[in-house]
Design a protein around this ligand. Structure first.
Ligand SMILES: Cc1cc2nc3c(=O)[nH]c(=O)nc-3n(C[C@H](O)[C@H](O)[C@H](O)COP(=O)(O)O)c2cc1C
Length: 344
């Protein structure tokens, strides 16, 4: 039996296997109201039938201007939460666990009229100029994350992932590259971590499920300003202390730069492995992990605790069945007897 396709427990969360669908925005909300549509039920339902251990929804914005585009999902009102409850029940009925990713796009909100950010620094000339948030607005955003988490909990999700990566608002707070504030939310690493700390602490008080955070562990920046791995290790220790159950290790997206190292299969995994060695909570890895043999190798060698699949799962709904074939894992049981015939 492979590790990849065998069950695992992350704190109190039990997964049937170690494959998780990575959050991926679909930009399919035609009505622009942030509410799940039939597309999403079919899209996530197909992956649930593939027996993926857990599905993490695409980013759900906590405020309307926190969407990347107006076609994104949201979780700032009860109508959105009611539909999420339906989706979660539907996916649970197929045996998969469900996580939601909560996000605010900050200065990377493409369709918003007013962009908010820790400091008034544009992402690039293609983006609008953001406004630096006031302390009251920061407080509103914190409350928006906490309210969205309450709605997620009421919808029955197993896990909430805070999007602290890819240059969206919380990532913008964490880095000196994008945060030049002189108040308690800027300056030292501890000050830059303050908003994440406050959000995580508040959510942890009320949410009994699994609490994850996604971080970008490098910004592909050679100027010496980006957070170093030592900084991220410190942040991860604080997160562990604040009650986070898993760090979802990713990279990039904060500034307009491409990777400054070769992008090959598993290119982000060394960052996850490095981080994992300095904390006591699990770390997941993501990024060009299409090859099941590589995924198995990563798990066997304790380089990461969970594997997230993004684009591979867009291309191949039944990625898990193919992985079972590649790994000769005869214990993997497809959804039903008819699906099982596809294995032969
Ligand atoms: C279409 C698309 C949408 C994405 N949307 C999100 C998102 O909503 N939240 C997020 O954290 N990452 C998002 N990502 C990044 C993926 O979750 C993943 O980290 C990345 O694609 C690398 O993994 P992969 O090589 O398995 O695709 C998106 C990626 C793609 C391709």
């Amino acid at each position: 039996m492979s590790l990849l396709l065998s069950p695992v427990k992350i704190a109190n969360l039990e997964l049937n296997n170690r494959v998780v669908m990575s959050p991926m925005c679909m930009y399919e909300v035609q009505k622009k109201d942030g509410v799940l549509e039939p597309f999403h039920f079919a899209h996530y339902g197909a992956r649930a039938l593939s027996k993926v251990g857990m599905i993490i929804t695409e980013a759900m914005a906590v405020q309307p201007n926190g969407r990347i585009t107006d076609n994104d999902l949201g979780l700032w009102n009860d109508e959105q939460a009611d539909k999420l409850k339906e989706l979660v029940a539907n996916l649970h009925s197929f045996g998969t666990k469900v996580g939601v990713q909560l996000s605010h796009a900050g200065r990377k909100a493409e369709d918003a009229d007013v962009l908010s950010a820790p400091s008034a620094l544009q992402f690039s000339s293609d983006y609008k100029q953001p406004q630096a948030l006031s302390l009251d607005e920061i407080n509103d955003i914190k409350n928006a994350f906490v309210s969205a988490a309450k709605r997620a909990e009421q919808s029955g999700v197993d896990m909430i992932e805070i999007h602290g990566a890819h240059g969206y608002l919380l990532d913008q707070f964490l880095s000196n590259l994008t945060n030049q504030r002189t108040d308690e939310y800027g300056g030292s690493l501890q000050n830059r971590y303050r908003l994440v700390h406050e959000i995580i602490t508040e959510i942890r008080k009320q949410f009994k499920g699994s609490l994850w955070i996604r971080l970008s562990l490098t910004d592909y920046d050679d100027s010496g300003v980006q957070n170093s791995m030592d900084d991220w290790k410190q942040v991860a220790k604080w997160l562990e202390n604040d009650g986070v159950d898993l760090i979802d290790a990713s990279t990039g997206g904060l500034i307009n730069k491409a990777p400054n190292f070769p992008v090959h299969d598993g290119y982000q995994t060394p960052f996850a492995t490095d981080l994992k060695q300095s904390i006591n909570i699990p770390v997941s890895t993501v990024g060009l992990l299409d090859n099941p043999g590589l995924c198995e190798y990563i798990l066997q060698n304790h380089q990461a605790d969970l594997i997230l699949e993004g684009r591979a799962m867009i291309r191949n709904t039944n990625w898990l069945s193919d992985a079972a074939r590649a790994l000769h894992d005869h214990n993997f049981k497809p959804y039903n007897a008819s699906y099982e015939r596809g294995q032969k």
